[in-house]
Design a protein around this ligand. Structure first.
Ligand SMILES: [Zn+2]
Length: 378
């Protein structure tokens, strides 16, 4: 039986002297109002959690073995993470291979963001301090058994270095959060016109996240970010945190975009807020750190992804002035929609409504980082 894992709960004292949050109820209650001043409080709650890391490592390894995400280094690097495996006992090796096989057959082809059961698993594992607690969770008994059997092997071979890498990543990003976190959060809630979550947003730092290297689910707001992903290092770590945070703040923008496109008799483009999230997180991080090259620019996202390529000049023309305080939110959204319609009509490729837009609007799981994989350096 696994012993109780080491659990690191790092509470960053990133306090904000702004940032509205509802005094009662959920964030949804204040979504349509301009953020109001609130007491200073914490933005993120960071964890390097044994069970969350184990689950994600098994998931990513299983996906890689299934030949999924073969072009994504975020996934394929898991297959090379085998140092010391040959020194395990044959029994330990069998336990691990059995666990991976279970994930291959049951979970590997399910999405961490859009599959409600996977989201539920992620949230259940967030609050597990021991194997005994794991058994009390509302999880598939076979999954519980699999994790319990894999845990001693993971703890012996991988966990020390995964945990150390997570802590090192957190240690590296903490000074930047101390310096710039307050201001970035203040700008994000002002620009996206939404309050921060009523409680600190949980961030699970993991060796492996998903094929994109990071993702976000909502209700509750929950960010998972890989400490080992090449796109999450140095100044990019700050941007990725505030990029993911915007995934918890985009309901007002989504509603405004829907209304603006409807007013023009046009369908809402696929994943409409994600270009705003990439653009805004990159621009605000660059504003804080002038040498920082925004993620989408660094990895060629604006060039490689057709929807992004079409959106960039429209964002530069109509969203950037809003970021600079030269137009209002309503003006920026209306002008963006008109500009996007013009661009798409010129190119004759106005995207059809994607079912995921409906999912996005409901935000039952959040869009997370649907396109992050496209922006990965691999
Ligand atoms: Zn994203």
């Amino acid at each position: 039986m696994p012993t109780q894992p080491t659990r690191l709960a790092v509470w960053l004292c990133v306090l904000v002297a702004f940032g509205a949050h509802p005094s009662a109820g959920t964030a949804r209650a204040a979504r349509d109002s301009t953020p109001k001043p609130a007491a200073a409080r914490q933005l993120f709650e960071f964890h390097s959690d044994f069970w969350v890391n184990l689950h994600h490592f098994l998931y990513i390894t299983a996906r890689a073995r299934q030949g999924l995400d073969v072009t994504r280094a975020s996934t394929t690097r898991a297959l090379a993470d085998t140092e010391g495996f040959s020194k395990l006992t044959s029994s330990e090796q069998t336990e691990w291979q059995t666990a991976v096989a279970y994930y291959e057959s049951k979970l590997a082809r399910r999405d961490l963001i859009f599959d409600r059961d996977m989201v539920a698993i992620g949230n259940q594992l967030d609050h597990v301090a021991s194997a005994a607690q794991l058994r009390k969770k509302q999880l598939d008994p076979m999954l519980v058994t699999t994790l319990e059997h894999a845990a001693p092997v993971y703890r012996r071979l991988w966990w020390p270095r995964h945990d150390a890498a997570n802590k090192a990543w957190l240690k590296a990003v903490t000074p930047k959060l101390d310096l710039y976190g307050d201001d970035l959060a203040e700008q994000e809630i002002r620009v996206f016109r939404e309050p921060w979550a009523p409680t600190p947003v949980r961030v699970d730092v993991v060796a492996y996240a998903n094929w994109g290297g990071a993702y976000t689910t909502n209700y509750p707001s929950h960010i998972v970010v890989s400490s080992g992903d090449a796109g999450n290092q140095d100044d990019q770590a700050l941007e990725v945190l505030f990029h993911e945070a915007l995934h918890t703040l985009d309901d007002t923008l989504l509603s405004a975009l829907r209304a603006a496109f409807r007013a023009r008799g046009k369908p809402l483009p696929h994943d409409p807020t994600h270009v705003f999230i990439f653009y805004t997180a990159g621009a605000l991080t660059h504003r804080a750190l002038p040498d920082h090259v925004p993620y989408a620019e660094k990895y060629g996202l604006w060039e490689r992804v057709p929807d992004f390529k079409r959106a960039l000049p429209v964002l530069q023309q109509y969203w950037q002035p809003y970021l600079d305080g030269k137009s209002t939110f309503d003006e920026a959204v209306a002008r963006y929609a008109a500009g996007a319609v013009r661009v798409n009509q010129l190119q004759g490729t106005l995207p059809a409504i994607d079912p995921r837009c409906t999912l996005s609007s409901q935000r039952t799981m959040g869009l997370g980082t649907l396109l992050h994989g496209l922006s990965s350096p691999s």
